[in-house]
Write a protein that binds this ligand. Structure first.
Ligand SMILES: [Zn+2]
Length: 252
């Protein structure tokens, strides 16, 4: 039950020590952050919880543990940017596991295709973020691979601040945008090539999730997951993106 959260709303109160300790212990990439980052993350997480509305799908009860775990991971990308970047939505919908999303696409011939796709999460422009709890709970064991569902979906939210997700979030100047696009495009094309070589010609699969090769927006989300949960390997694999991401996320 959302026992503590109900008491917390509508103003942000400090997250109880035990609950915060438990969250850090569950997610080692949070436990590994410097103490001062953790303290700021704890404050930001409490503010996030006060501003957002969690709901469980199909009768799922979102506990305090679950809400704090999701909020803390969601706040990591905006730790030095502020919660304002998430002010275009309120809802976070939690499903117990993967969900089926209805899709509708119109192909080049004008034929409408309706189908269902299994997804672990989804971010809607100006709308809620949907997450599979099963995948959130597995975040710690997946961080060696650079996976993190919550960071993935919330980075899409950052990307969507200026329209549909394109792989380029809002940047202060045209120069910054050009620099971003050229670095990301080069890294994306190299990654796409590595995935094609692995899938078609038996070369070794690259470290990052191959899903990142599907579009520049997915590449940005997938690369950001790795940047936040396995920085050392990220730097090894994507040396060219480190400075770019450090600058955008204002991280050191
Ligand atoms: Zn995505």
């Amino acid at each position: 039950m959302l026992v503590w959260l109900k008491k917390l709303f509508p103003s942000a109160r400090a997250i109880p020590d035990e609950l915060w300790r438990h969250t850090l212990a569950q997610y080692l990439f949070l436990a590994d952050r410097p103490a001062q980052d953790q303290a700021r993350l704890r404050t930001l997480t409490a503010q996030f919880l006060a501003q957002k509305q969690f709901s469980g799908a199909h009768g799922l009860v979102v506990t305090d543990d679950m809400a704090v775990a999701i909020a803390a991971q969601a706040c990591l990308p905006v730790l030095n940017l502020g919660l304002k970047l998430y002010d275009d939505f309120k809802g976070i919908v939690v499903h117990s596991g993967a969900m089926l999303a209805r899709r509708h696409v119109v192909d080049a011939a004008g034929v409408h295709h309706f189908y269902k796709e299994e997804i672990a999460g989804e971010a809607m422009q100006g709308g809620p973020v949907t997450l599979s709890w099963q995948d959130v709970a597995a975040s710690s064991e997946h961080s060696a691979r650079g996976y993190n569902l919550v960071i993935h979906e919330f980075v899409h939210k950052l990307d969507m601040r200026d329209g549909t997700a394109t792989g380029c979030p809002p940047l202060p100047t045209r120069q910054a945008k050009t620099a971003w696009q050229s670095s990301m495009q080069a890294a994306y094309e190299t990654f796409q090539h590595q995935v094609v070589m692995a899938e078609r010609f038996g070369a070794e699969m690259p470290w990052l999730d191959a899903y990142g090769a599907t579009s520049p927006a997915e590449f940005f989300a997938v690369a950001s997951e790795a940047y936040f949960v396995n920085r050392s390997r990220f730097v090894q694999e994507f040396a060219g993106l480190k400075t770019l991401f450090d600058g955008f996320f204002k991280q050191k």
